[in-house]
Write a protein that binds this ligand. Structure first.
Ligand code: MGD
Ligand code: MGD
Ligand code: SF4
Ligand code: MO
Length: 898
């Protein structure tokens, strides 16, 4: 079929001279951003003072968005089997791949795998194509790894996937409980709002996390709960709410069902304080403080994130939290409520359009009535009649050859799914794989694909996202897509047309898709479906362009959104009542064994986002944590013979990685932590996803990526070193390494079990440095350096020695940035340090102003003894505020007697 050549997104602006109001590319806080294109492909970025989510604030990731707009790493043209082709041929190939598979093996042999980073409009058409026109519900999303337990918990308790509160509740609470959430690092602007509430009204903060995170360090009370035991804690809370007379009897009787059964169940799970404290590995005093504060504080918000969701009992943990808020009637009113902090920028939007395999569009399910209703609205010939496969099960079906054609958009299952190594092989078994991506540097995905489609990225795309508080905001374009990149919605509609469904996918713009989505939410909706944005169904293109951030529900006829729900009941179950849900007895999904005696916990660091395809481009964000690591408690370090700064092999039944050891008492004994960000695209032998087991929650299907039985042992490295390079270099897979972006190139840290001299020889060979005149061999110190200079600039510098040399790294970074290396400096290139001793490196703390630990310590010695005083002296912490908790910690360290 030879349809028109790709039409560019009509509302894409080539060079917007004026500031454009859009929404941050990263987390579910959904901060408003003002981007002003510079006419050269870049833009300046500021917080949008008029956006209610952030009121002008940005965290360091948002503030550094301007450093991630360069297009050197972008996919520019469609390819088939790695060979450049036209859009027409590529889209025909996707169509054929799907059509052939459906003809041979039926509609359930094809699948879409989507992402909470797609815009609502992309997501809507993808879901419509699969569930309405291909006739299979095999469309799932990385939200399965992220928020699925919350969705399931909300639906069990409220009858629909509803977040009852809003961000103002954090400003107005007297107690904020953060459980399974490293808020200061993962939702930094919400953390700033909480900090402000502490100053303004004395709000207390409790953090429940097995690790003493930076968030926990800043709390009034930290409960280092035993991994996986949150449900015991909240079951005990329910018992004490009942015994302490804190039940809101009126609310419970009028608006809920199941209280007695849930209470009886809670008594079984947590019969006494002493018993609960023991199971959670807490002191009775700490547990008592939490219980008493919670019970005596009507304005309490309980926020939760992946420590709750990513668990084989995630749904029960969510319901344990919802149970206590329902029992105390603390929901839907100012300053109180359970609050799911969503991860991705559009995790919520994906849930609204039915991106999950077990939901239909507009919060409908697969009951015959709902299937019929959606089918009539779409005029769909082939409605899927039953739920599809959830992510983990979808990929298991791929492994078994049951699903044979797949289209992945905006996520990397080869890195982020459990058993990531096995997932990589699974992708290669498919008859057909299409991948829509923006980056040429993704781990394990493009290589396996038949067709790769270049997508438009943040800053180029046009549509909407919904944040954690149900607020719909516009993402507006301010740059033209590079090469032939096209938005995801357009790609999906083009394939739908080629499959013969042109009429149903004849959308001229994201605005047209949004109108249909809004109309479906209101279609035959007599109020029973709370997700209703019928009030936005008639937006003109201009009104859509100008849409201000608004919180759903917004039914037709109302002129404002909805801040809070459920203060007066009105739940989505048929009887209007919420359900308190009894819990299964809390247990680990897989207990430690003699072979794997530890529990591996995985998660995030402050300045990186997932697989780093965007944050990895920013020199500012590269500094804070610049290489993969594993955190180990001192007792475990001793037990397993590990040294701080040395390497260790971490193994599970699924795989092995080699990471640098950080010995810290912020871990609890028996449990280790590794961040998820480094993959084979930016490191080697550090893919944490390859360690994770595929144990899932029975209700939500969400994998447990927080408690994986693991072992750890020393991994002897004889050599360490780095390569400073102006260009991204291909590196051998046998070399443990991690890439770090710097201003004019990259620094690659590496380590190896080989001796430094031998390793240096191998790498000089690989890098073709033999011919360069700049060599230095110092066998006495076991130090080897080589460099090449091209056009008076440093091209490559290779340095190998017995240990990591921060001075040498700082000096090489400085050299890379120099426009011209003069004869005097040339003599020092291999010296390993600047001739000027002022360049002593130290760990960067404030990424906005480039302030390191040494300067903060010096200022503290000079009398700056508060975060504010440091801010006044060095500006550190005064912009995005993400580093304020760490500054506080450094000051505490300085105060301790030496
Ligand atoms: N900087 C940064 N911010 C991000 C992201 C990012 O990649 N980088 N990603 C975004 C996304 S998609 C998401 S989903 C969110 C995730 O945001 P968070 O959920 O805050 O992040 P995580 O680090 O995955 O895990 C949170 C904490 O759960 C704790 N935990 C582990 N097991 C348990 C347990 O059994 N009980 C309790 N109570 N806690 C436990 C971990 O120790 C960890 O500190 O962050 C979003 N924001
Ligand atoms: N062990 C372990 N595993 C985890 C987690 C954990 O805590 N521990 N967390 C889980 C969670 S909560 C999440 S959300 C996932 C995240 O895991 P992924 O979704 O796999 O991670 P990302 O790096 O965000 O992947 C997004 C991809 O989309 C591309 N992209 C960006 N913008 C666009 C666009 O507009 N269109 C298209 N087509 N592509 C685009 C990016 O280049 C990138 O390759 O990881 C999950 N996996
Ligand atoms: S908190 Fe940071 S990452 Fe999240 S939306 Fe706001 S600026 Fe973006
Ligand atoms: Mo997530």
């Amino acid at each position: 079929m030879n349809v028109s050549m790709p039409t560019p997104d009509p509302s894409t602006i080539t060079h917007a001279p004026a500031p454009v109001r859009t929404t941050c590319a990263y987390c579910g806080v959904g901060c408003g951003v003002v981007a002003t294109a510079d006419g050269k492909g870049g833009a300046t970025i500021a917080g949008d003072a008029a956006h209610p989510a952030n009121q002008g604030r940005l965290c360091v990731k948002g503030a550094a968005l301007g450093e991630t707009l360069a297009t050197g790493h972008r996919l520019l043209h469609p390819t088939i089997h790695g060979v450049r082709t036209t859009w027409n041929r590529a889209l025909d190939a996707v169509t054929k791949g799907f059509r052939d598979t459906i003809e041979r093996h039926g509609p359930d042999a094809v699948a879409l795998y989507l992402s909470g980073q797609l815009l609502t409009e992309d997501y809507y058409v993808a879901n419509k194509l699969m569930k309405g026109f291909i006739g299979s519900a095999n469309v799932d999303t990385n939200s399965r790894l992220c928020m699925a337990s919350t969705v399931a918990g909300h639906r069990r308790a409220f009858g629909a996937d509803i977040v009852p509160g809003c961000y103002e509740d954090l400003d107005e609470a007297d107690l904020v409980v953060l459980t399974g959430s490293n808020t200061a690092w993962c939702h930094p602007v919400l953390w700033q709002r909480i900090e402000q509430a502490r100053t303004r009204r004395g709000t207390r903060v409790v953090v429940i996390d097995p690790r003493r995170t930076v968030t926990a360090d800043s709390a009034d009370l930290h409960l280092a709960v035993a991994p996986g035991m949150d449900a015991v804690l909240f079951a005990r809370l329910l018992v004490e709410i009942a015994e302490g007379g804190a039940v809101d009897t009126n609310y419970v009787t009028r608006h809920t069902d199941g209280f007695e059964a849930a209470l009886a169940n809670a008594r079984e799970i947590a019969p006494s304080r002493a018993d609960a404290a023991a199971r959670c590995a807490l002191t009775e005093q700490a547990l008592a403080a939490f219980l008493d504060w919670w019970i005596e504080t009507p304005r309490v918000v309980t926020c939760f994130s992946q420590g709750i969701n990513q668990s084989a009992q995630g749904t029960d943990k969510v319901n344990a939290i919802l149970n206590v808020h329902l029992a105390a009637g603390r929901i839907g009113r100012p300053g109180c409520g359970p609050f799911s902090l969503t991860g991705q920028p559009n995790a919520m939007g994906g849930r609204e359009v039915g991106g999950l395999a077990n939901q239909l569009a507009a919060h409908m399910g697969f009951s015959p009535d709902e299937v019929d209703r959606v089918g009539r609205f779409w005029q769909a010939p082939g409605m899927a009649g039953k739920e599809g496969r959830k992510a983990v099960s979808m990929f298991e079906a791929i492994e078994r050859g049951e699903i044979r054609a797949l289209w992945v958009l905006c996520t990397n299952p080869a890195a982020s799914l459990p058993r990531a190594d096995a997932m990589r092989s699974a992708l290669r078994q498919l008859d057909f794989l299409a991948v829509s991506e923006v980056s040429a540097h993704v781990d394990g995905l493009a290589e396996a694909a038949t067709v790769v489609l270049p997508s438009a990225a943040w800053g180029e795309k046009n549509g909407t996202v919904t944040n954690s508080e149900r607020r719909i905001s516009r993402q507006r374009p301010f740059l033209a897509p590079p090469g032939e990149a096209q938005p995801d919605w357009w790609q999906i509609c083009e394939v739908a047309r080629r499959l013969g469904h042109g009429q149903a996918f004849d959308f001229a713009s994201p605005a047209a898709i949004f109108r249909e989505h809004a109309a479906l939410s209101a279609f035959e909706n007599d109020g029973a479906r709370l997700f209703d944005i019928g009030g936005l169904a008639d937006l003109t293109d201009q009104a859509y362009d100008a849409l201000e951030p608004v919180q759903w529900p917004l039914p037709s006829g109302r002129d404002a959104g909805t801040q809070r729900l459920f203060a007066d009941g009105g739940f989505a179950h048929a009887d209007g009542c919420a359900r308190l849900v009894p819990l299964a007895p809390p247990a680990l999904s897989a207990p430690p064994t003699a072979e794997h005696p530890l529990l591996l916990n995985t998660g995030r660091v402050r300045d990186h986002w997932h697989t780093m395809t965007r944050t990895g481009l920013s020199p500012r964000l590269a500094q804070h944590r610049n290489a993969p690591f594993v955190e180990v408690h001192p007792a475990d370090a001793e037990r397993f013979g590990l040294e701080d700064g040395a390497f260790a092999a971490v193994s599970t039944r699924q795989g092995q990685v080699e990471l640098r050891v950080v010995v810290t008492d912020s871990q609890q004994p028996g449990s280790i932590f590794a961040p998820i960000h480094w993959t084979d695209a930016n490191a080697a032998r550090a893919r944490v996803g390859s360690l994770v087991h595929a144990r899932t929650d029975p209700v939500s299907g969400q994998p447990d990526s927080k408690t994986v039985p693991a072992s750890i042992r020393p991994w002897a490295m004889q050599a360490e070193g780095f390569i400073a390079s102006r260009r991204r270099l291909p590196l051998p897979a046998w070399l443990s390494h991690a890439r770090m972006t710097v201003a004019d190139g990259e620094i690659v840290h590496f380590a190896s079990p080989r001796a430094p001299g031998a390793l240096h020889d191998l790498l000089s060979n690989w890098l073709n440095l033999w011919t360069s005149p700049l060599h230095q061999r110092n066998p006495a110190a076991d130090l080897y350096r080589s460099a090449s200079i091209v056009d008076h600039r440093l091209e490559i510098l290779l340095s190998t020695g017995p240990r990591r040399d921060e001075d040498a790294i700082a000096w090489a970074t400085d050299l890379l940035a120099r426009e011209r290396i003069d004869a005097a400096t040339r003599r020092f290139i291999l010296a390993g340090r600047a001739p000027d001793p002022g360049l002593r490196p130290s760990r960067q703390v404030c990424a906005c102003f480039g302030v390191d630990e040494a300067r903060i310590e010096a200022a503290a010695r000079g009398g700056a003894d508060s975060v504010e005083a440091i801010g006044a002296a060095l500006k550190a912490g005064t912009n995005c505020g993400s580093c304020r908790p760490e500054i506080r910690k450094i000051l505490e360290g300085c105060r301790q007697p030496a």
